[in-house]
Each structure stands twice: as structure tokens, then as C-alpha cells.
Design a protein around this ligand. Structure first.
Ligand code: G3I
Length: 390
């Protein structure tokens, strides 16, 4: 594949470089452009941030089984933490009242062991992707048996084998109150504390987290802090809080994110960004509620042929600004997980509109690094340079 350093274009104050990689033109922001370094030369994400925080990704069933060698190579090269995108959720791992299917979950645990990559279990208690039999349980006693049995069996099986669990996922409304769910209905608002109590007993050496989206926003953050304090007041262990980080290009809430890092870590908790992606397509609401949908419309799918340079720039700058903030608070943050390896895998190709071509991650559909990748690694170099007073 021939590499031609095309032109240096001066745009206002900053300069960008256009390089030709085979038939692909790549625009590299200033600073990344001195020469189009290969990933190996630039340094991988996990290597670059090894003294700061874990760099993770969400794996789907194909990737866990290493069906695509390109994905397999990139995962091992870039990431030192993995989260199962779907295969540890109740509808898949506990499909019948007393029927469990540990096949894929055992495989991701084996994958983690084989490549020395930390596994974060996702997720023990969530109102979505619950098996039908569980959603239809009428008696409270039966539901309590399901609830306790599920946590004891699943968390018990992987005790000492995985690094951490998202014990409860998305139990709050945007205003910080408890989300209406079958858990709240049958068990009352103490179900979150009970879930952590059961998980701590079933898996004493596994880190336990509460995970949600938009819990960097003031009202939801306040509700999340009330929830965390309630768990702690009950003398029950909780080790960290996950901010999913499903954000939108050009609208990254940096101020609220920083305030959240400070407020959650002030509770003695580890802070993680657990499902990071930056939406580049039009969407008229924030968050990650999979039940929300938008009507299909060609105007909502403008980048089928690829991302325009200006949008690549914005995406790269948004990710760089996030990592500048993460590095500033690296003493409080233990992990940054991207919700997918490459743009082709992203759930955002199918939500909230099916069949779109989205570009929310650092690697494109050919597993090639995008300008955002170089900007993220560069953020680390700048951080270290500043530390050394250069
Ligand atoms: O496995 C079935 C397949 O058999 C069937 O042919 C296909 C057609 O519908 O569906 C497949 O199941 C899909 C599953 O992903 C596996 O690909 C479900 O329809 C689809 O709804 C499910 O989407 C997942 C979504 O959670 C469900 O809520 C996304 O992959 C996953 O990225 C997303 O992840 C959530 C986090 O767990 C929690 N936070 C928000 C985040 C984004 O919604």
C-alpha cells in the first residue's frame, strides 16, 4: 500500500495534513501530522495509558470467539480490559427459570485469562434484556427467588475469575428518582442495596459498581449519590460508579463530567467511563434508553460514504478534550471503556434508527485508526510533556 504525504492545508490558525493511504484520504489534525505514524510507532492505547487507567472495549460474541483475525489483532494490541456487550445479560445467561447458559460467558473469561485482559461483568441486574419468564413473574416471593438465585449463581460462578461487575445498571430516571421497573415493583427501592449485598457475598474479591448513562447530569448525579450513600449506609460494599459516556459530537458536557468525577470520588468511589462513544449522526435526544426510537429518514443517515474531514476533526477534538480531562483526574479514574472495537460493531448503527452508518469510535470499519485515535494518544504525550514542564 503506497503512502503519499499529500498537502499541508492552513485553515485559520491550525493546519491539517491530508495523507493518501492507498485509495483512502486521511486527514490528520495538527500535531498528529508530522508523519503518518503507524499504530505501532504511535503506541497503543493500553501502552500509552498504562500508568493512568485501564483502556477497555465491549466485545460481541464474534470477537470473543476471535472469528475475525483483524478484530482479534486490534483488540489484543489496544485494550487491557473487556466488557461483554450482551452475552452476560440475564436473557442470554439465564434463559429459563432454572436454566443457565454459561457457554459464551465462560468463553470471555477464558479469553481474558488467555490474553491477560481484565474482564468486567455486565450486568447482573438490569430492567432491559430480561428473559420473558422473569418479566412475567407475579408473586413477590418467586421474584425474590429469581433475583437472589440469579446473582448468587452468576456472580458465584465467576467469583475470583473476573475483575469486576456492573451489579446494577440504569436504575434511575433523568430526574434522579428510581426508574419504574419490575425490580422496584416487586422488591421496593431497596433492591439496589440488596443486589450489592448478594453480589458481595457471592463474589467477595470482585469489584462491584453501579452503572448508568447521563449520571454526569446534575439531577441524575444527585439521585445516583443518594443511591450510593444508601448502599454505604447499609454497610454494604460498593467500589465504584460507571458513567457510560454515550455522548454527542460537539456537545460533550465537560463541566458536568468534571464535577461528577469530583463528587463521586469524594464518596470514596472509583470512577469509570464504561461505554464511551461519541455519536456523529443527528439525534434529537441524549442518553442511551434503547426503548427510545426515531423514524427512519435519509437525512438522519448522511455519512454512508464516510465521515467528512470537518466532522473527523470535531470527533478527534472531542475525544482529545475528554482524555485531557481524564488525565487531569487520573488519580480518581480507573478505567475508560469504549462501547465497541470499531465503527462497524457499534450499537449506534442500529439505534435510535435502524440501518444507519455511524462513526462513533476510534477505529473505522477496516480496523484502521481514525484521527481521533492519534489525538487521544497525543493527549497523553502533551500531558506528560506538561508534567515535565516542557
Ligand atoms: O441475538 C439476537 C439475534 O439472534 C437476532 O437475530 C437479532 C435481530 O433482532 O437480535 C439479536 O439481539 C440483539 C442483541 O443486541 C445482540 O446483538 C438485540 O436485538 C439488540 O437489542 C441488542 O442490542 C444491545 C442493547 O444493549 C440492548 O439493550 C446492544 O448490542 C448493546 O450495545 C446495548 O448496550 C447497552 C448496555 O448494555 C447498557 N447501556 C446502554 C447500551 C446501549 O444501549
Amino acid at each position: 500500500m503506497k503512502l503519499f504525504l499529500h498537502t499541508k492545508i492552513i485553515l485559520g490558525l491550525s493546519a491539517i495534513f491530508v495523507v493518501q493511504l492507498g485509495n483512502q484520504k486521511i486527514v490528520l489534525p495538527e500535531g498528529c501530522s508530522t508523519q503518518t505514524k503507524s499504530v505501532a510507532q504511535t503506541g497503543s492505547l493500553k501502552e500509552s495509558f498504562k500508568d493512568d487507567f485501564l483502556i477497555g472495549t465491549a466485545l460481541n460474541a464474534d470477537q470473543i470467539q476471535e472469528n475475525d483475525p483483524r478484530a482479534a489483532a486490534l483488540i489484543q494490541q489496544q485494550f487491557n480490559a473487556i466488557t461483554p456487550e450482551n452475552i452476560m445479560k440475564a436473557e442470554i445467561i439465564h434463559p429459563g427459570w432454572d436454566k443457565y447458559d454459561f457457554d459464551m460467558a465462560d468463553k470471555i473469561v477464558a479469553y481474558g485469562k488467555k490474553y491477560n485482559i481484565k474482564v468486567n461483568g455486565h450486568t447482573l441486574i438490569w430492567h432491559s434484556q430480561l428473559p420473558a419468564y422473569a418479566r412475567n413473574i407475579k408473586s413477590i416471593d418467586s421474584f425474590k427467588t429469581f433475583f437472589a438465585g440469579h446473582i448468587n449463581t452468576v456472580a458465584g460462578r465467576y467469583s475470583g475469575k473476573i475483575f469486576s461487575w456492573d451489579v446494577v445498571n440504569e436504575a434511575l430516571n433523568e430526574d434522579g428518582t428510581m426508574r419504574k421497573s419490575i425490580f422496584l415493583e416487586h422488591l421496593g427501592d431497596n433492591f439496589v442495596t440488596e443486589a450489592f449485598r448478594l453480589a458481595a457475598a457471592a463474589s467477595p474479591h470482585t469489584e462491584l459498581y453501579y452503572n448508568d448513562y447521563n449520571n454526569e447530569q446534575p439531577a441524575k448525579r444527585a439521585g445516583c449519590i443518594v443511591l450510593i450513600k444508601k448502599i454505604k449506609a447499609a454497610g454494604v460494599r460498593i467500589d465504584g460508579v460507571g458513567i457510560q459516556g454515550h455522548w454527542h459530537i460537539g456537545k460533550i458536557p465537560l463541566k458536568e463530567i468534571e464535577e461528577s468525577i469530583l463528587q463521586y470520588s469524594a464518596l470514596g468511589l472509583k470512577v469509570m467511563f464504561t461505554e464511551l462513544d461519541i455519536e456523529v449522526l443527528p439525534r434529537n435526544f441524549s442518553g442511551a434508553d434503547v426503548n427510545q426510537r426515531m423514524k427512519e429518514d435519509a437525512s438522519l443517515n448522511p455519512y454512508v460514504k464516510g465521515l467528512p474531514d470537518s466532522v473527523q476533526q470535531q470527533l478527534a477534538n472531542d475525544y482529545a478534550a475528554l482524555f485531557d480531562l481524564f488525565l487531569k483526574h487520573k488519580d480518581k479514574i480507573t478505567r475508560i471503556t469504549f462501547w465497541g472495537v470499531d465503527d462497524g460493531q457499534s450499537w449506534l448503527n442500529g439505534w435510535p434508527v435502524r440501518g444507519r452508518t455511524n462513526h462513533p469510535l476510534l477505529f473505522d470499519r477496516n480496523f484502521q485508526p481514525k484521527p481521533a485515535f492519534y489525538k487521544v494518544v497525543e493527549a497523553k504525550k502533551n500531558f506528560d510533556a506538561t508534567k515535565k514542564g516542557f
